[in-house]
Ligand binder design. Structure first.
Ligand SMILES: Cc1ncc(COP(=O)(O)O)c(C=O)c1O
Length: 419
């Protein structure tokens, strides 16, 4: 059945549509932190952050179902769903971030954020790191380093070296924050000279796609200063760290003590229902609304808002941010105790953990791939990230328990013993 599906998939979806694993997993059911394949095999999900409050959480499912059976339309009619949700969500941000636009994907959210930066500054130059992913619209994909765009990067784009644990920007972990800010300043100067000018800096506060480097709390302070001194808009992409993933706070920028002008949200926002948003200062929003006419057919529809609202209910009622902190800490300690000559660094915050693998000082992508395949074949789903795809990425649904952490550690211990 699975082989037949692989052939049919290729026939209708075309080539190069990625699946995870040498032997792709054919999932048919999910519940909490578990998923099942078509052969009845059960997997501990240590990878998926979209089912934030657990796969198929009954409270979210029934909220979607109830609203879908009542009314679903767009935001050109009055509906209290989006207003109730917006008020509730905005209250979780620092004062100043007061307004939002609801959309359907993180890519759309970041695309709007770039346009907000243009509207505020009247300029087009934008900066991101050189090892990242912020989405797939024409504009946002210019910031991603996975595949250079056809025709090369646009002239208004600058990439600065991404922060790194083992190979810090500037060569020294202690001065990495300053070196990183200097790189941003250089890029700003270059954009000004080129005539594009500087509109903003888009970054993920955990630098998740960059490999989740271990950074001090004040790491981004020099960069924030440089961006704001140049009149640029600071955009925090919370698609990965948002909604309490790191166990410290609702948003990744809070831990860094930052005051972004725009925040983008996505993946975990509605537990799998396609909901994303851009939260911005009132002044930024009005510049954007004056510069661009914007309407999104599906963004903020009543069913999406019911799903997003129910997701907030569960995060709050089940105290999932605290769970992320406590279980994440226990999980990290257990993983740090695994002994293997190629484990170069085990780091993370909350339920977001990275194990970086190097052999003889060289990134070991092959070992990372082997461990991921071993885990898949032994009932555990995880992924890889980083510039060299040599970093194991663990980012389970938030109701992950200490018992789950023990199970995952046992699987990884056995994996590392085998190779
Ligand atoms: C940091 C970050 N921003 C934005 C996106 C794009 O989100 P979406 O796939 O919902 O468009 C991703 C997706 O992986 C992401 O990791």
């Amino acid at each position: 059945m699975t082989n037949d599906l692989i052939d049919r998939r290729q026939a209708v979806l075309g080539p190069n549509v990625p699946t995870f694993y040498d032997n792709p997993v054919h999932l048919v059911k999910g519940e909490g932190v578990w998923v099942w394949d078509a052969n009845g095999h059960k997997y501990l999900d240590c990878y998926n952050n979209v089912p934030h409050v657990g796969h198929c959480h009954p409270h979210v499912v029934s909220a979607i179902s109830a609203q879908a059976g009542t009314l679903n339309t767009h935001t050109r009619y009055l509906h209290d769903g989006i207003i109730n949700y917006a008020e509730r969500l905005i209250a979780k941000f620092h004062k100043g971030l007061d307004q939002l636009i609801m959309v359907c994907s993180g890519s759309e959210a970041n695309d709007i954020a770039l346009r907000m930066a243009q509207a505020v500054t009247g300029k087009t130059g934008i900066i991101s790191t050189d090892n990242t992913y912020h989405g797939n619209t024409m504009a946002v994909s210019q910031l991603s380093s996975r595949k250079p765009p056809i025709g090369g990067y646009a002239a208004n784009i600058r990439h600065v070296p991404a922060p790194d644990t083992l190979r810090p920007v500037g060569g020294n972990a202690k001065t990495q924050a300053q070196a990183f800010a200097q790189e941003i300043q250089k890029a700003i100067n270059d954009l000004e000279v080129s005539g594009h000018g500087f509109s903003g800096f888009l970054f993920c506060p955990t630098f998740a796609n960059e490999g989740l480097p271990d950074l001090p709390k004040d790491f981004m302070k020099p960069a924030e200063k440089v961006v704001h001194a140049a009149g640029g808009v600071l955009i925090s992409d919370e698609v990965q760290p948002g909604f309490g993933r790191t166990g410290d706070s609702w948003w990744g920028y809070e831990w860094l003590g930052l005051s972004p002008d725009v925040v983008t949200l996505g993946k975990p926002m509605a537990n799998g229902h396609p909901v994303a948003a851009v939260v911005a200062r009132e002044s930024v929003m009005s510049e954007f609304r004056n510069a661009f006419g914007y309407f999104n057919t599906f963004g903020g529809n009543p069913v999406s808002c019911a799903a997003a609202s129910a997701t907030l209910d569960v995060i709050e009622e089940d105290d999932l941010i605290a769970n992320s902190k406590i279980v994440g800490h226990g999980f990290l300690e257990r993983l740090q105790a695994i002994k293997h000559g190629s484990i170069a660094s085990v780091r993370g915050r909350g339920l977001f953990i990275a194990l970086e693998l190097e052999t003889d000082g060289i990134a070991d992508e092959v070992l990372a791939a082997t461990i991921v395949e071993y885990a898949r074949n032994n009932g555990m789903l995880m992924g890889r990230t980083g510039r060299n795809r040599n970093i194991l990425k663990l980012r389970p649904p938030m109701p992950f328990s200490i018992q789950n952490a023990r199970e995952a550690t046992n699987t990884l211990t056995a994996a590392f013993k085998s190779f």
